[in-house]
Design a protein around this ligand. Structure first.
Ligand SMILES: [Zn+2]
Length: 447
């Protein structure tokens, strides 16, 4: 790998200038700002790197697809990433403009640095380093870069379903998500699923003077009782059958979680939380294997200054359930509705706002072990192997639809401010990401 790593070192300025060009181009999918232009820019940069690249139109924003076919290669790696970004607002909280990448204190600041342009670009440059130094890669690589991840990937599933042959591979790799506080490189072997709903309760047909509260049902109370019926104070979810399809962690997964450095006391300090649900010992167990029923938003009545004696006619809550294998969002939605019906809350409206299936690749899969060796080689440190990230994403399309082993390797710091002002990536971490990606390609040719 010596010459490949040397190429990266020798071309630091050039690589950084190219990354900055990509970062300067806004690609805000939810506002339809610059997304198509970014697809074209990324495609031309991939072609310059020596990747055979095509732009596929979808019913939304395009997929940028690249391929490198290598002589004698027996393995194919599918790399996934997204070139769209979150809106930069609120602008006044940025220390430097969001679309003017700036280096400060060893970090590159700008929208998309971590999520996800900096990370997807690392794979492009890793491939380039092989091509420029050896003329070929040790494996075949397919690049699948979408422009709709930040709006929940509405067309990725159908794109993958209808391009199974094109996307045929032996394993999938995604560089996304937060790093670990210890600075050691996480290898995540799955993502949680998600079932997102809005629940609405109604009282009278309009807000009333609260003198009528002894007689007229209050929407906020209805909602509060319904919500309280969903979950016990210790976090246990009370919906009948909720846990029926939970696959218990196997020995290898449980052992992997025990190896994660437990920094729960520090996390409590940083968050100013007295006690974690389940206690410090269970922090990573719950982070990796735990379900949740989270109130993401809660609205009713009068919340302004002073007092208003009102009887609200409407109350609503947004709830997200994190799911683990083998739960599905559809199943959880049905069980939630049945629970509300059976407990006298049948008149509440439940609107499904979106879902994702959970995914899992065995931690002892040979591909995972190859990635582990590669990270060790590229960073000189033992990676943190985790059976799952705490967050959700479209990983089940790779594991479930394409049937591939898949890992998520976040190449960004734990505090990269994704989706927030002053998003950043570590400058050295970015170059290390290129070396990790190259090392994975190299190790994959041998397992
Ligand atoms: Zn994001």
């Amino acid at each position: 790998m010596q010459n490949v790593f040397e190429y990266v070192d020798a071309n630091r300025e050039k690589i950084l200038a190219e990354l900055f060009t990509l970062l300067r181009q806004p690609s805000i999918s939810t506002q339809n700002v610059g997304v198509v232009e970014t697809a074209q820019l990324l495609a031309s940069m991939m072609r310059d790197a020596g990747i055979h690249t095509t732009i596929f139109e979808t019913d939304g924003f395009p997929v940028v697809y690249g391929e490198i076919n290598s002589r004698d290669a027996t393995r194919t790696l599918l790399v996934y990433g997204h070139y769209d970004v979150q809106p930069p607002e609120p602008l006044d909280l940025w220390k430097s403009p969001p679309f003017e990448p700036t280096v400060r204190d060893g970090r590159i600041y700008g929208r998309g640095t971590a999520d996800n342009k900096g990370q997807l670009f690392a794979h492009v440059k890793a491939a380039e380093a092989f091509l420029r130094t050896r003329g070929q890669l040790p494996i075949n690589v397919k690049f699948l870069y979408e422009g709709e991840e930040e709006i929940s990937s509405p067309h990725l599933g159908s794109f993958i379903e209808s391009h199974r042959e094109l996307l045929k591979a032996d394993a999938a790799l995604t560089a996304d998500g937060p790093g670990h506080e210890s600075g050691r490189q996480p290898i995540n072997c799955g993502l949680k699923g998600l079932c997102y709903v809005e629940i609405r309760a109604r009282g009278a047909n309009k807000d009333l003077h609260s003198m009528r509260a002894p007689m007229v049902p209050n929407a906020a109370w209805k909602l509060v009782y319904a919500l309280a019926s969903l979950r016990a104070p210790d976090g246990h979810i009370l919906i009948p059958g909720f846990y029926d399809n939970v696959r218990q962690p196997n020995d290898a997964e449980a052992a992997a979680v025990r190896e994660i450095p437990n920094d729960a006391p520090l996390q409590r300090q940083l968050l100013e939380v007295n006690q974690f649900i389940g206690g410090d010992e269970m922090y990573y167990h719950n982070f990796v294997f735990g379900n949740s029923c989270n109130i993401a938003g809660l609205t009713s009545g009068y919340q302004g200054k002073g007092k208003k004696t009102v009887l609200p006619c409407l109350a609503s809550a947004k709830i997200d359930f994190r799911l683990v294998p083998d739960q599905t969002p559809e199943e959880i939605l049905e069980k939630l509705k049945a629970h509300l019906r059976d407990n006298g809350f049948g008149d509440l409206e439940v609107e499904f706002l979106g879902g994702l299936n959970p995914s899992r690749t065995p931690v002892d899969h040979p591909y995972v072990q190859a990635v582990r060796r590669a990270v060790r080689f590229a960073t000189g440190k033992e990676p943190i192997l985790s059976p799952s990230m705490g967050g959700s994403g479209p990983d089940y399309l790779f594991t479930g639809v394409l049937g591939l082993p898949s890992v998520w390797l976040p190449m960004s710091p734990h505090d990269s401010n994704n989706h927030a002002p002053n998003e950043n990536i570590s400058l050295e971490g970015f170059f290390e990401g290129i070396r990790i990606s190259a090392a994975v390609m190299d190790e994959m040719s041998r397992y």
